[in-house]
Ligand binder design. Structure first.
Ligand code: ATP
Length: 309
C-alpha cells in the first residue's frame, strides 16, 4: 500500500461504554495533507473516535488504518507516525518549556530541532519559563509542540482551541495552517463551526455517535439550498402568522423568541416578510440577515444547535 494515499481509513468503528454506544460504526477516509475536522456538539463521540484512532481506546468493532498501519494490530507502528494533543494533557508544571521538550524528545529515536520547534510554536520568549507560568494559549501551543518532537506526519488535535480567548484561538489557527503548509495531515475535533470553516478542507459532522455528513465546508453549506438566513423577533408575541407562507422560505426555525427563516432569495423573502408583518400589524425587531453557516447545516440536520446555551 502507498502510505500517501488515503492516509487514514476508518472502517465501521464502534465504541461502547457499557450499554451506551458512543460511536456507532463510523466510516471515513482522510487524504494526505488535508486538515480534516470532526465537528459536533458535546457528547457527539468526537473524542472517543479520535482516541480509538490514536490507540488510547480499543474499538468494540471495526478498525482503522492510520499511516498504513492497523490500529488494532499495529498500534506501536501507528504511534511512530502520529503526534497527539489531547484535551487534558497534564504536563509537569515545574519544568521549563525547553526542558520538557527535550525530555519528550528523548523518548524517540528520531527528533526535530527543539529550538526550531520553540520558534515555530511562538514560544521563543518563554523558552526558559516554567510551564505553570504560561497562559492558556501558550500551554496549548506547548502541548502541540510536544506532539511534534518526533516529526510525525499525521497530527491529531482534540479541541485545540477550547477555552482560549479569540486572539489565542487565531494564533493557534495560524499554527495549524503552518503545519498543513508543511505537508502534515491534521485531524482535529471542534465544536466551533467558525473554526471548522476556516481550518478544515473537509468536515465530518458527528451527532450522537453517528457521522451525519461529510464534505467541504462550502459544499455542506451549499447543500442547504438556502444561502441566507433572516433573523428577527416580533415585538408582540404572535401565533397567528404562518411564516412558511412567506415567499422564498425553505425552512423556519425558532430559538427562544428569535425566528430564523432560511431562503435562497433574500430580497423576495424580506419583501414578503415586511408585507406580512404590515398586514398583521406586527412590529419586527432585531431584524438581521446573514449568510448561512455550518451551524445552520447542523441545525438543519439535527434540529439542535452545536453549542447549547
Ligand atoms: P466533548 O466535546 O464534550 O469532548 P465528544 O463529542 O468528544 O464531546 P465524547 O467525549 O467522545 O464526545 O463522548 C461521547 C459520549 O460517550 C458522551 O455521552 C460521554 O458521556 C460518553 N463517554 C465518554 N467517555 C466515557 C467513559 N469513559 N465512560 C462512559 N461514558 C463515556
Amino acid at each position: 500500500m502507498d502510505y500517501h494515499e488515503g492516509i487514514i481509513q476508518v472502517m465501521n468503528l464502534v465504541k461502547k461504554y457499557g450499554d451506551f454506544t458512543a460511536v456507532k460504526g463510523i466510516e471515513f477516509q482522510v487524504q494526505k495533507g488535508e486538515v480534516f475536522g470532526l465537528l459536533g456538539p458535546n457528547g457527539a463521540g468526537k473524542t472517543t473516535a479520535l482516541e480509538m484512532l490514536v490507540g488510547l481506546r480499543k474499538p468494540d468493532q471495526g478498525t482503522a488504518m492510520v499511516g498504513g498501519f492497523d490500529i488494532t494490530r499495529e498500534i506501536k507502528k501507528v504511534k511512530e507516525v502520529i503526534g497527539v494533543q489531547l484535551q487534558s494533557t497534564s504536563i509537569f508544571d515545574l519544568l521549563t518549556v525547553e526542558e520538557i521538550l527535550h525530555l519528550y524528545a528523548s523518548f524517540y529515536p528520531k527528533q526535530v530541532s527543539i529550538s526550531y520547534l520553540i520558534e515555530e510554536m511562538l514560544l521563543a520568549d518563554k523558552r526558559k519559563s516554567r510551564i505553570k507560568s504560561l497562559s492558556g494559549g501558550q500551554k496549548q501551543r506547548l502541548a502541540i509542540a510536544l506532539a511534534l518532537v518526533h516529526d510525525p506526519w499525521i497530527i491529531f488535535l482534540d479541541e485545540p482551541t477550547t477555552g482560549l480567548d479569540p486572539q489565542a484561538r487565531r494564533t493557534l489557527w495560524d499554527i495549524i495552517l503552518l503545519l498543513k503548509k508543511k505537508g502534515k495531515t491534521i485531524v482535529l475535533t471542534t465544536h466551533y463551526m467558525d473554526e471548522a470553516h476556516v481550518l478544515c478542507d473537509r468536515i465530518a459532522i458527528m451527532n450522537q455517535g453517528e457521522l451525519i455528513a461529510l464534505d467541504t465546508p462550502s459544499r455542506l453549506v451549499k447543500n442547504l439550498q438556502s444561502d441566507s438566513a433572516v433573523e428577527f423577533r416580533f415585538e408582540n408575541e404572535s401565533t397567528e402568522v404562518n411564516l412558511h407562507e412567506i415567499e422564498g422560505v425553505k425552512q423556519v426555525r425558532m430559538h427562544k423568541d428569535v425566528y430564523v427563516l432560511y431562503t435562497d432569495d433574500l430580497q423576495i423573502t424580506l419583501t414578503s416578510l415586511i408585507q406580512m408583518a404590515a398586514d398583521h400589524q406586527l412590529k419586527l425587531v432585531d431584524l438581521q440577515t446573514r449568510t448561512a453557516t455550518l451551524e445552520d447545516v447542523f441545525i438543519h440536520m439535527t434540529g439542535r444547535r452545536l453549542r447549547e446555551e
